[in-house]
Design a protein around this ligand. Structure first.
Ligand code: ADP
Ligand code: ASP
Ligand code: MG
Length: 413
């Protein structure tokens, strides 16, 4: 069996839905599990609804707009009488009742999950209209996580047992499900982290020992840089798992960072293909060796550089470092790059105000703390001489680090 995943870009409008269904139709003769995420920018829009809910401000206007956007797509492809229209309004209509004392992160997961749930209802209704034998399943009955809301960690034995039971259904139906969402033992919905639908596809594929996973994107494959930033970026026809995993670690957003591991462990190939041009070969990520990869450039936005300076004339030592790492670990903050000097330790992290401010507070008990925001971390992997020189010489470099294969520079935006 194969697993396909279609993201927000593939499903952003009625034409996208029709195109997606065409790709599924072309492959439905073989056992196929399809993962869909929320349509277009729905998750961002639902995040705004959550913010309004948390501030006790009215949110019916944005919620009505989200509902109207989905109804318009469904009406275009299914007509004005189709029962899925009721379903769309009914599901989004449940959102106001999500607010019953959950903490902010739990509330977030309950609300944003409706994006995937409604999207899969519309895709399912349309595949059925086309006469494809389709079975819509609720990912929350299969992907079981802990209660780490917004970053649910998969409980693999339980998840694997449940997903394996799907094998027989796949012989007769295209199985359709939602990306990004799971369920905790307490029955509440969880999410796997932003952009987590790629990971969902990998979870199903791993548990079902799939032949391959294909994630359908708006780019011709994995490229040497985001083509929105570097228009002459080139497509990698083939990449080793390790290379792909590392590039996601540095922030290449074309694949969710957690996607590669479950696939590599079971030797399941991952294809990244273009939904607007399915005939293109795309990128084949598998167990291989590729000689002379061209330099890969990754831009990670919204970075923050925190510097901890010792207050007396001692040097930075291991006890002080352990205070810093303890604080980072307690707040579940990941370091993107770090550097020390005699009297200070600096590290670069994603800027999320709700995390960075408590961190700075905590560290100020021991250090003089400075921080800069609005920075961009540029990673050049497999650099050559011209790229090395070019990125080091960019204006506004605050921190630079290089190894034999990788250069990282942190610059002001
Ligand atoms: P989805 O529709 O599945 O959510 P994403 O928008 O998350 O898709 O991922 C596709 C986008 O990733 C592309 O539009 C592109 O701008 C961006 N991107 C970032 N880095 C790369 C890269 N190295 N190669 C290709 N695309 C990249
Ligand atoms: N809809 C979710 C998001 O936008 C998950 C995904 O698209 O992969 O983050
Ligand atoms: Mg996405």
């Amino acid at each position: 069996m194969k697993v396909f995943k279609f993201g927000g870009a593939a499903l952003k409008d009625a034409a996208g839905l029709i195109n997606t269904a065409g790709i599924i139709r072309a492959h439905h003769q073989e056992p196929l599990l399809v993962v869909v995420s929320a349509m277009g920018n729905t998750t961002n829009a639902l995040e705004e609804v959550v913010q309004l809910m948390l501030r006790n401000e009215p949110f019916s206007k944005p919620l009505d707009e989200i509902t109207a956007y989905h109804r318009a797509i469904a009406e275009t492809v299914l007509g004005r009488e189709h029962q899925v229209l009721e379903k769309i309004s009914g599901l989004f209509g449940e959102i106001p009742s999500c607010y019953n004392g959950h903490d902010p992160d739990a509330l977030y997961d309950q609300v944003v999950s409706y994006g995937e749930r409604v999207s899969s209802e519309i895709v399912g209704a349309y595949l059925t209209r086309l006469g494809l034998p389709c079975r819509l399943i609720d990912a929350r009955d299969y992907i079981i996580t802990d209660t780490c809301y917004r970053e649910g960690k998969v409980i693999w034995p339980e998840t694997e047992g449940r997903i394996r039971a799907l094998a027989s259904v796949l012989n007769h139906h295209v199985v359709l499900t939602q990306g990004f969402i799971g369920c905790a033992a307490n029955g509440l919905t969880t999410t796997l982290g932003r952009e987590g639908s790629d990971y969902t596809a990998a979870i199903f594929a791993s548990c079902l020992q799939a032949q391959s996973v294909t994630i359908w994107k708006d780019v011709p494959g994995v490229m040497s840089a985001d083509p929105r930033r570097i228009p002459n970026a080139v497509v990698f026809p083939e990449l080793p798992y390790k290379e792909a995993a590392e590039m996601t670690y540095y922030g290449a957003s074309v694949i969710h960072p957690k996607t590669i591991k479950p696939l590599a462990l079971r030797n399941i190939p991952l294809y990244v293909k273009c939904f607007t041009n399915p005939g293109l070969p795309g990128t084949h990520i598998h167990d291989c060796h590729v000689a002379n990869l061209p330099p890969l450039i990754v831009f990670k936005e919204n970075q923050c550089l925190v510097s901890c300076k010792v207050v007396d004339y001692t040097f930075i030592n291991e006890d002080q470092l352990s205070i810093i790492f303890q604080a980072l670990s307690e707040l579940d903050i990941k370091i993107n790059v770090m550097q020390n000097s005699a009297i200070s330790f600096s590290f670069c992290i994603d800027f999320r105000e709700s995390k960075v401010m408590p961190l700075v507070e905590k560290l100020r008990h021991t250090f003089e703390v400075y921080y800069n925001t609005d920075l961009v971390l540029i990673t050049v992997k497999n650099y050559d001489a011209p790229t090395f020189e070019h990125y080091r010489k960019l204006p506004g470099v605050l921190l630079e680090q290089s190894s034999r294969s990788t250069l990282q520079v942190l610059i002001r935006k």
